[in-house]
Design a protein around this ligand. Structure first.
Ligand code: GLP
Length: 251
C-alpha cells in the first residue's frame, strides 16, 4: 500500500479527482466504484467541474455502488444513491443503464447481492475504487469483525455506524443494516484509493496503518492490496508514527 499525505483537504481532493479523471481518460469504459460521505464530496465537485471544462466523455463509464443503508429508498436525501445522483450522476449526465446501485429496499436482498456480484464479474471487474473510512474502521459497510471471505452481503451495522450515520439524514432514522460490497469484491479491484481528512479520522487512520492487519479494523485489510493507496490530509495523518508518515515522501 502506498501512502500520500497532502497539506490541505483541497490538495487531497484535487489528487483524488486527478486519479478519477486520468482513469476515465485512459480507459473511457472504466468501471468505477465510489464511496459517498463527507470525505469525497469535494473530489466529486472538482471532477465534475474539470470533466465539463475539458469535455471528458463519461458515456462509456459504468458506476457500481459500494454500499447502501438497508430499507432506505433512493429518493431519501440521506441515501448513498441520492448522494451519488446529486453530486455526480446528474451533473455528468450519466444515463441510467450505466448506473448500478444496490436495491436496498428489495424484498430479496440476497438476490440484490448476487445480482451485483454477477454484474461486476460481467463487466470485467472494477478499475478504480474511491473509498472512505468510518470512525470504526469500516470500508463501505464492512463493519469491524466482518468476514473477509464475503462478496456482496447484508450486514448488521455497528453501533458507531448507526450513530454517526444519522448525520446524513434530515430526521432521525432507524439504521439497522447495510448492503455492501465485501472484501472479496474490494480486493479484486484493480486500484483502491482510501481517502481520509480531518483530525477526527487521525486515531482510526493510525489503527488502520499501524496495528496488525485484522478485520477488527477492516480498512487495515487494504494494506494487503497490491495497488491500494491511502490519501490523507495532514490532520488525518497527524497521529502516525514518523516512520509510517515518512513512507509518503518516498512514493
Ligand atoms: C459511511 C459510508 C462509507 C463512507 C464512510 C465515511 O457510513 N458507508 O462508504 O466512506 O462512512 O464517511 P464520511 O466520509 O462521511 O466520514
Amino acid at each position: 500500500m502506498n501512502l500520500k499525505i497532502f497539506d490541505s483537504p483541497e490538495a487531497l481532493a484535487e489528487a483524488a479527482a486527478d486519479e478519477l479523471f486520468s482513469c476515465v481518460k485512459e480507459k473511457p469504459a472504466s468501471i468505477l466504484c465510489l464511496a459517498t460521505g463527507d470525505t469525497p464530496l469535494k473530489t466529486y465537485q472538482i471532477l465534475v467541474d474539470r470533466s465539463i471544462a475539458n469535455g471528458l466523455d463519461f458515456s462509456s463509464v459504468h458506476f457500481v455502488g459500494l454500499d447502501e443503508w438497508v430499507g432506505v429508498p433512493s429518493h431519501n436525501s440521506g441515501s448513498c444513491a441520492y448522494f451519488l445522483r446529486r453530486n455526480l450522476f446528474d451533473p455528468l449526465n450519466i444515463v441510467e443503464d450505466r448506473i448500478h446501485l444496490f436495491d436496498a429496499v428489495s424484498p430479496d436482498l440476497n438476490s440484490a447481492c448476487t445480482k451485483m456480484d454477477n454484474l461486476i464479474a460481467g463487466l470485467g471487474g472494477i478499475d478504480l475504487m474511491i473509498v472512505g473510512i468510518g470512525m470504526n474502521g469500516h470500508v463501505g459497510f464492512n463493519e469491524p469483525g466482518v468476514s473477509l471471505e464475503l462478496n456482496c452481503h447484508v450486514i448488521e451495522l455497528d453501533e458507531v455506524t448507526k450513530d454517526i450515520g444519522q448525520k446524513y439524514f434530515d430526521e432521525r432514522i432507524q439504521l439497522e443494516a447495510g448492503i455492501t460490497l465485501g472484501f472479496q469484491n474490494i480486493m479484486k479491484a484493480k486500484k483502491v484509493i482510501l481517502m481520509a481528512n480531518g483530525l477526527k479520522k487521525a486515531d482510526i487512520i493510525k489503527r488502520m496503518l499501524e496495528e496488525p492487519i485484522s478485520e477488527r479494523c477492516p480498512a487495515s485489510i487494504l494494506r494487503k492490496h497490491q495497488k491500494s493507496c491511502t490519501f490523507l490530509d495532514s490532520p488525518a495523518a497527524s497521529k502516525l508514527s514518523p516512520v509510517i508518515a515518512r513512507v509518503s515522501s518516498s512514493n
